[in-house]
Ligand binder design. Structure first.
Ligand code: S3P
Length: 443
């Protein structure tokens, strides 16, 4: 995909449904008793992987674009799959489904593409084994064979890293455990969950016996979530907000191109996801939040972003680290691109988890920023980028959707043409991205 420099962005941007929430909507509706209509289901290929796995487990899924109808089978009504379950590129699919399958009384095998087959599964295999599931894997990598047990043993588990996928995996296993399962997250400075809490909100919305608490310790507040294995899910129609992680590309592009004025509607504003807004606002980016409301337990609103073309300099804002990282983890590639446009640049720390995403996102961002002539330094847990005048370059997406899209945004700020190699990987989260960008950018 070739990207020419942009002048400004204008108009209302049509965004896909939230990928994280869509996965959960599909999985939890399948475990519910009764039928669910899901509206604004993500167009993301990852979410199609989740639907395909559910069909392989005997769930009836009727899809008409972003409208999906699921016939719930109840938490013990899945069928043993005839074949391996292919999770494609999707970490959320494999980790959440593993939690469900651990508590079934049949065996199943989970596989994925080349990227997913390199991603760490020890983080779910060890706690699921503590719950008495038996899992064979290729040295903690896919493929993974799960010998389910029903019921599992309820445990209290302390997450070594703040990960919503691991937390959700264990809560789903907890749905089929005897007693109460508690998952504790690492301590944080404030009483905010330090990984996305869509699972907790949606399970609560569907009637599960699930509780979130904060425990104060010397190190800060520990977020703990407890689910009762006696919980049942009822089916309730679900409306998915638009994906803030997809909106982020347009937020950064509009913020940096003077004269831009874009409207991003129905965006999910869950505080565990919305830190990108706070960070951009720290630099004086004008983002108005309109029409804030709650839908299916999630906060939603419309965002109007206007590009002033200048930013406020505030030395303290230039380091992004600590608890906030988990709340903008997927936005870091495009945030690094933003760093090239602001006086003082940006330093990102405590983001070592980026090395085990769809690609090693720290090295992918550093490599591509270098290709565009940026002043950038790599650290084990992050990077530092200085304000830089970017030049068009051939970009390696490393097959990673967020790298492809972040560097399409960088291309708008560059002199000359930028070419994104293997750009079709954007479809993992946002198949319409390049068309939407073309419709919104005025060159
Ligand atoms: C996700 C959680 C995050 C995020 C991923 C989606 C989820 O991963 O990076 O894109 O839907 O739960 P971790 O839980 O590994 O941090």
């Amino acid at each position: 995909m070739k990207i020419s420099p942009g002048n400004y962005l204008k108009g209302s941007v049509s965004l896909p449904g939230d990928k994280s929430i869509s996965h959960r909507a599909a999985l939890f509706s399948a475990l519910a008793e009764g039928e669910t209509q899901i509206t604004n289901f993500a167009s993301s290929e990852d979410c199609s992987s989740t639907l395909r796995c559910l069909e392989d487990l005997g769930v009836v899924v009727v899809r008409n674009g972003s409208e999906v109808r699921i016939k719930g089978v109840g938490k013990n009504g899945l069928n043993p799959p005839a074949n391996e379950l292919d999770c494609g590129n999707s970490g959320t699919t494999v980790r959440l489904i593993a939690g469900i399958l651990a508590g079934q009384d049949f065996d199943s095998v989970l596989t994925g593409d080349e990227s997913l087959s390199k991603r760490p599964m020890r983080r779910i295999i060890e706690p699921l084994a503590q719950m008495n599931a038996e899992i064979d894997s290729n040295e903690f990598l896919l493929p993974m064979k799960i010998h389910g047990k029903n019921p599992l043993k309820a445990i209290r588990y302390i997450l070594p890293v703040a990960s919503a996928q691991v937390k959700s995996c264990l809560l789903l296993a907890g749905l089929n455990a005897a007693g109460k399962t508690t998952v504790e997250s690492p301590a944080a400075k404030t009483k905010t969950p330090n990984s996305r809490n869509h699972t907790e909100l949606m399970l609560k919305f569907l009637g599960a016996d699930i509780r979130e608490d904060f425990r104060e310790t010397d190190d800060g507040f520990i977020h703990e979530v407890t689910i009762d294995g006696g919980s049942k899910l009822s089916s309730r129609d679900l409306v998915i907000p638009s994906d803030i992680s997809s909106a982020a590309f347009f937020m950064v592009a509009a913020a940096c191109l003077k004269g831009s004025d874009v409207l991003l509607q129905n965006v999910g504003l869950n505080p565990t996801r919305a830190a990108i807004i706070t960070v951009l606002q720290r630099f004086g980016v004008k983002i108005d939040i309109l029409n804030e409301r709650v839908a299916c337990g999630e906060i939603v609103g419309d965002l109007r972003v206007t590009g002033k073309g200048n930013f406020e300099y505030n030395a303290a804002s230039h380091i992004i680290d600590g608890d906030i990282i988990a709340n903008l983890i997927d936005e870091i590639p495009v945030l690094a691109v933003f760093g090239t446009q602001i006086e003082g640049g940006l330093e990102i720390r405590d983001a070592g988890e980026l090395r085990v995403k769809e690609s090693d996102r720290i090295s992918a961002v550093v490599e591509n920023l270098k290709r565009m002539g940026a002043d950038v330094e790599e650290f084990p847990d992050g990077l530092r980028v200085g304000r830089s005048s970017l030049k068009g370059a051939a970009i390696d997406s490393f097959g990673d959707h967020r790298i492809a899209m972040a560097f399409a945004v960088a291309g708008l700020f560059a002199h000359g043409e930028t070419e994104i190699m293997n750009s079709e990987c954007a479809a993992i989260s946002f198949p319409e991205f390049f068309d939407t960008l073309a419709q919104t950018v005025i060159n």
